[in-house]
Design a protein around this ligand. Structure first.
Ligand code: SF4
Ligand SMILES: [Zn+2]
Length: 139
């Protein structure tokens, strides 16, 4: 898991979770999914509509004409990607802790850009790399 030199940031594949529609983008912040379907309309109900949405269920009592389930290969690629990202975060987190500082920036161990961080009083680390699509997390 530990690496002593910078790791290549893996190419981000399309998000693909087993059993989830590829168009799902979360109903908390979006009225419609990536395929333009209105979540409440798909559910066909005002009451309890969240519970019957088919988007993240292997089986549902309602169907959606635009549902697209990922292939096994797509799911595997996404899992591989998220595993790699997690390892990069762990590497960066260790480097941040080793500075002994409560905030500042270090060289991003992933892309060599600037990784800005702050450590809260409870020890939680917040960090964001200056490079788009590189490391960013909040504990
Ligand atoms: S199941 Fe339908 S509404 Fe849900 S994310 Fe997929 S396309 Fe959109
Ligand atoms: Zn970076």
């Amino acid at each position: 898991m530990e690496t002593s030199k910078a790791e290549e940031s893996p190419q981000r594949p399309p998000r693909a979770v087993a059993g989830w529609c590829k168009n799902y983008n979360g109903f908390a912040n979006n009225e419609t999914c990536k395929a333009g379907m209105n979540y409440k309309t798909v559910a066909g109900s005002e009451t309890g509509w969240i519970n019957i949405l088919p988007c993240t269920k292997p089986v549902s009592c309602v169907s959606c004409p635009k549902m697209e389930k990922p292939t096994e290969a797509e799911v595997a690629a996404w899992e591989e990607y998220t595993k790699g990202r997690f390892q990069m975060i762990m590497t960066a987190r260790r480097a941040i802790i080793q500075t002994g500082l409560k905030g500042g920036s270090i060289e991003c161990p992933s892309c060599k850009g600037a990784l800005y961080f702050s450590i809260a009083s409870n020890g939680h680390v917040h960090a964001k790399c200056s490079a788009e699509d590189c490391l960013s997390w909040m504990e």
